[in-house]
Design a binder for this molecule. Structure first.
Ligand SMILES: *[C@@H]1O[C@H](CO)[C@@H](O)[C@H](O)[C@H]1NC(C)=O
Ligand SMILES: *[C@@H]1O[C@H](CO)[C@@H](O)[C@H](O)[C@H]1NC(C)=O
Ligand SMILES: *[C@@H]1O[C@H](CO)[C@@H](O)[C@H](O)[C@H]1NC(C)=O
Ligand SMILES: *[C@@H]1O[C@H](CO)[C@@H](O)[C@H](O)[C@H]1NC(C)=O
Ligand SMILES: *[C@@H]1O[C@H](CO)[C@@H](O)[C@H](O)[C@H]1NC(C)=O
Ligand SMILES: *[C@@H]1O[C@H](CO)[C@@H](O)[C@H](O)[C@H]1NC(C)=O
Ligand SMILES: *[C@@H]1O[C@H](CO)[C@@H](O)[C@H](O)[C@H]1NC(C)=O
Ligand SMILES: *[C@@H]1O[C@H](CO)[C@@H](O)[C@H](O)[C@H]1NC(C)=O
Length: 387
């Protein structure tokens, strides 16, 4: 596929872990399986330390995926991971994964003096109907084992931090240009505090041609945005989920769209996922000719020679925090196209897929803002980044 979007699966690692069936609680199930109990190791929090890590853009026609470096073990072994606000655990390949992970760096447990095996293995089966390769039984699966070791991101270092080593992965994962996934749900607060950092993170996803994408730990990088951050409070404590008060398309709404729905904010997913009735309502305000692509269930498309001419400005309204007015986050028309479908190159994929029962925005929205993820409340703040 010209334009691969593997990150959807990342979110749904969470979604499908342990084979749950209710879409909303899917996320929670994965979160509750978070291995880290670093609260027991909490140090006195200095609260003023910050450090930043630059992100690489996995540019493949569109700017929708970023990843950065972490290190694990003593001495440190380096890995690239997606910093994923849609999940809660850290997974990297171990040498036990062998040829199944041959394109990735693999953690050598014997080479780390601080490694501890927790002697517990499990399987994460991905259960979504979407992704570059369609889900078919267990064709998206990670076998993992629970371990603990020193984990560092930029200058934030936490000893005896629990993580999963991937011992086997299905071939569907082989295309990923990164090694693993670092979940950063609000539950990561314990990880930040254990490293002596405030549980606050800033994220900047810049286009390929600008560079300079970064994640900042322990604070925000005030040099990267101008307008004050406007915040909205998460609906739940253990997940990044804001209440959308309504959706406008090219300034218009409908009675269905002008109503409140919970919306996940996921830095590990490229585009957007809405339940079918909302997806259809949004598309019908853009063009009646955007139709489902039955070859890839859940996706929609329109002829590529028309897509660049369609206005498709999507404004989503959120409640401000107490004492502050509602605000819009805007996805510009340039995000409408996710590029041609592999099997039907004349048909261009549009940015919203249909989900099973939840609504989610990803990088096609986040890349237009500097975002601040405050795990203590939790709340997310936004300031336009000018891209
Ligand atoms: C995590 O640590 C806290 C504080 O020591 C303890 O009360 C709790 O039982 C621990 N939880 C797990 C799952 O080990
Ligand atoms: C792992 O590290 C050990 C100890 O440093 C070394 O002997 C071994 O060759 C390494 N294994 C791999 C697969 O790199
Ligand atoms: C895991 O098993 C090994 C070998 O039996 C043992 O040495 C080690 O202490 C165990 N780790 C934990 C955390 O129990
Ligand atoms: C799903 O996998 C099964 C077993 O591997 C295979 O027989 C079947 O053709 C696959 N279905 C699709 C739609 O690819
Ligand atoms: C992965 O886990 C599944 C389910 O436990 C098991 O059937 C399979 O054999 C495992 N694969 C490998 C390569 O360990
Ligand atoms: C959000 O955008 C719509 C137009 O798309 C506008 O009507 C509405 O007033 C805006 N809301 C806020 C809070 O700015
Ligand atoms: C949206 O709903 C609110 C009440 O929830 C109403 O006041 C407002 O007029 C509606 N806006 C539109 C454009 O229908
Ligand atoms: C939508 O589905 C396509 C095709 O399966 C996939 O490539 C893409 O990642 C999906 N996007 C989202 C946001 O789910």
């Amino acid at each position: 596929m010209k334009h691969t979007q593997p990150f959807l699966a990342l979110v749904l690692t969470a979604a499908a872990a342990l084979g749950t069936t209710t879409p909303h609680s899917d996320f929670k199930v994965a979160l509750s399986s978070a291995p880290a109990n670093v609260t027991t190791r909490r140090m006195r929090v200095a609260a003023s330390r910050t450090s930043s890590e630059s992100l690489q853009d996995y540019f493949d026609g569109t700017d929708l995926q970023w990843y950065g470096k972490i290190s694990v073990g003593t001495p440190p072994q380096d890995f690239t991971v997606v910093f994923d606000t849609g999940s809660a655990t850290l997974e990297i390949p171990g040498t036990a994964c062998g040829s199944a992970c041959k394109n990735q760096h693999q953690f050598n447990t014997s080479a780390s003096t601080t490694f501890v095996d927790k002697n517990s293995s499990s399987t994460l089966v991905f259960g979504t109907g979407v992704g570059v390769t369609p889900v078919n039984g267990t064709n998206w699966q990670l076998n993992v084992s629970l371990v603990a070791d020193t984990v560092s991101v930029a200058s934030l270092t936490v000893k005896s931090s629990e993580l999963y080593l991937i011992t086997y992965q299905t071939p569907t994962f082989a295309v990923d240009p990164f090694d693993g996934i670092m979940g950063l749900s609000p539950d990561s607060k314990a990880f930040f505090n254990a490293g002596g950092y405030r549980a606050l993170m800033g994220m900047l996803f810049t286009p390929h041609n600008k560079g300079g994408a970064e994640v900042t730990l322990g604070g925000v990088d005030k040099t990267k945005f101008k307008k004050p951050l406007v915040y909205s409070t998460s609906l739940v404590n253990d997940d990044w989920q804001l209440e959308s008060l309504g959706v406008y398309v090219n300034g218009q709404t409908t009675s269905l769209l002008n109503s409140s729905v919970p919306l996940y904010f996921d830095s590990g997913t490229s585009n957007m996922l809405f339940v079918e009735e909302i997806a259809l309502a949004i598309y019908s305000l853009i063009s009646p000719d955007i139709l489902p692509n039955d070859d890839e269930p859940g996706t929609f498309g329109i002829s590529c020679d028309r897509i660049s001419k369609l206005p498709a400005v999507i404004d989503i309204t959120f409640a401000g925090v107490e004492g502050h007015p509602p605000f819009n986050l805007t996805i510009p028309s340039s995000e409408l196209s996710s590029g041609p479908f592999t099997d039907k190159p004349e048909l261009c994929q549009t940015l919203i897929n249909v989900s099973e029962g939840y609504n989610l925005v990803g990088l096609s929205l986040l890349k237009h803002y500097y975002s601040a993820w405050d795990m203590d409340v939790p709340q997310i703040g936004f300031s336009p980044n000018g891209f």
